[in-house]
Ligand binder design. Sequence first.
Ligand code: HEC
Ligand SMILES: [Cu+2]
Length: 381
Amino acid sequence: MSTVTLLLAAQAAGDNTFQVPLMPPQASAMAKQSDALFFGIFGLEMLIIVLVAVLVIVFAVRYRHGSKHEREYHVASKISDRIELSWGIPIFLIFIALYAWAGRLYVQMYTPPPKGDALQINGIAKQWMWKFEHPDGTREIDALHVPVGRKVNITVTSQDVVHSLYIPAFRVKRDVLPDRYVSLWFEPTKAGVYRLFCAEYCGTNHSRMRGLVHVLEQAEYERWLDGQEPVESPAAVGAALFRSYGCSACHDAGGTVHAPPLTGLYGRPVPLTGGGTRIADDAYIRDSILLPLKDVVASYPPVMPSFKGLISEADLYRLIAYVKSLAAVTRQPVQQSIPPEIFEKTRQPSKAQQSPAASDTSPNKRSPAQGNNSPNEGQTP
Ligand code: HEC
Ligand SMILES: [Cu+2]
């Protein structure tokens, strides 16, 4: 009941922009573009349908049985070729243009904005609810509060079957799969309350797997956050989990097992056993924990146990938040973790190449040797 009242109130609230009947409101930057494409294609198709229908009717009447219209007339083949080409080529070009337009929009829709640009929300779908967690750890179920005019990126996974996160007013939808992080982004342009659905049949109560997105003014959003029960930051909870799951026994300095230190890991390329690298993003860290044998860090033994089935999706987000927070920790100057002979090599080239290598904040490639615990790591010069 309250849902309906909220939505009605939102619709009544001084909203005087034109709204196409039967369409959800346009409440994101993407909505206008998506609708323009939709109506562009729809309009063109309507034109063609009407043209064909009119010709069918006209010809059916004109050349009906018994009518005296000329039927033997033939156009010279040269002219008829020209007629064919003169409608065929433009139609072809128009459809290619539509394809390019749609392709551009698709890429835009599914390329998340740069990390620093967007409010990062973590989501978990399960039968039959949506859970969201804000960067400060505030959690909500079947509701999502976001500020207006700011990009929002939701990283989401499923705890059980395939679901699909769908917010019609923002014209965004993304399938949510178990064992995988997908992201969905949008930029709300209008304060209000909008519906959120699961758009993939996922079991008995699929039709109830829905919620409301509350788009608030920035100040109101902050007030809302302040009004929520205070929670520990995800990174702090993650740090405690890192100890309780026994990760620290291997990964912290002084561990008995030869395991890579996770400080400064996030966002860097990791060299892998068997060649190749992977950027240490959320998905990589998640895989490292659940499928440690998938990508083994170069020059480390594949001894990390899999935690598949042992750690909940919610705790995984917190462990990742903890690893992420370690990236901000000041690292030892890079040269200290590079064995002397390799460090000498990096020093020899021109000054231009030397300076990024010497700075500990630059996103240096983690060379295999660097990931290795060199004898003088952790010592001060
Ligand atoms: C038995 C020791 C051990 C335990 C326990 C362990 N790890 Fe590991 N971990 C390793 C080793 C060894 C590697 C490097 C080889 C590999 O990639 O599998 C590694 C690799 C990783 C990586 C990739 C590091 C990089 O530099 O790319 C991450 C992230 C990671 N572990 C996180 C965790 C987390 C989180 C836990 C606890 C839930 C954990 N590990 C528990 C030994 C361990
Ligand atoms: Cu669902």
